[in-house]
Design a protein around this ligand. Structure first.
Ligand code: ATP
Length: 245
């Protein structure tokens, strides 16, 4: 299920506990087959936006208003399992792999929506092609992998569901430059297979190198957005975000 359509977010607002207003009228679109970067300082609302889309809000006493549409239907109010079935999958910040489970068992958790053993096998083969190191280490506990390999496992687990939209929350966090380049290549290959990507990054250089469109969030609002091919926009993003003059 690839390239099914555009993810459209309109006038999205999100409150925690009726108090903290994390998102305040956000409009964003992720065209089919594209990479969109979501930038902005800590606390801007990037993770909250991903949670609203993926339905991972159960433990956050959050209320969502506005619209999130994908492939002709609304995703608002759906739980994570149903959202995954619609082809929209989040790789959480901090990876959240299970350290005591093997690589293979971690992948199994991502493939729970797959109906047949055959679907499962072919999903796993695709993940092992994308990440040969995971194939080599399939019987080892996830906790023995390096930080970069754990990030690969987290992405691999999400890819088990064959998403048409993959949302990544700071995949470069804590990784060495060489590993960041490897992760960037992997994101590029996943996108080349037809999967749309919504990428949160503090590493704006990496994100902008991958993205077709960029949004900068500040205090729950979009403060800048546009195509990364637009030199004017990129100049503004760099001034605002990378401290260039
Ligand atoms: P970071 O990179 O630090 O994760 P972010 O841009 O992803 O930043 P969010 O994590 O979405 O920002 O946070 C937006 C606002 O919502 C912040 O003020 C944050 O403190 C608050 N917030 C996030 N999660 C919760 C929660 N579970 N309960 C209450 N407030 C929260």
């Amino acid at each position: 299920s690839t390239g099914v359509g555009e993810l459209e977010i309109a006038d999205l607002a999100l409150n925690y506990g009726g108090v903290v207003r994390a998102l305040n009228g956000v409009n964003l679109s992720l065209p089919a087959g594209s990479v969109v970067a979501l930038l902005g300082p800590n606390g801007a609302g990037k993770t909250s936006l991903l949670r609203a889309v993926s339905g991972n809000l159960r433990h956050h006493r959050a209320s969502v208003k506005g619209e999130i549409r994908y492939a002709g239907t609304s995703l608002v109010g759906l739980g994570p399992a149903e959202t995954v079935r619609r082809g929209v999958v989040q790789v959480p910040e901090g990876r959240r792999i299970f350290a005591s489970l093997t690589v293979e068992e971690n992948l199994t958790l991502g493939g729970q929506a797959l109906r047949s053993q055959q679907d499962f096998q072919s999903a796993q083969e695709r993940v092992f092609e994308l990440f040969p190191v995971l194939a080599e280490r399939r019987k080892q506990p996830g906790g023995l992998l390096s930080g970069g390999e754990q990030q690969m496992l987290a992405i691999g687990r999400a890819m088990m569901a064959s998403p048409s939209v993959l949302m990544l929350d700071e995949p470069s966090l804590g990784l060495a430059p060489k590993m960041i380049a490897t992760i960037a290549d992997i994101i590029r290959s996943i996108n080349a297979m037809g999967t749309s990507i919504l990428l949160i990054e503090q590493n704006a250089t990496m994100a902008l190198a991958l993205a077709h469109h960029a949004y900068v969030l500040g205090l729950g609002r979009v403060v800048l957005s546009g195509a990364t091919s637009d030199p004017g926009l990129m100049g503004e993003v760099r001034r605002l975000y990378l401290g260039d003059t």
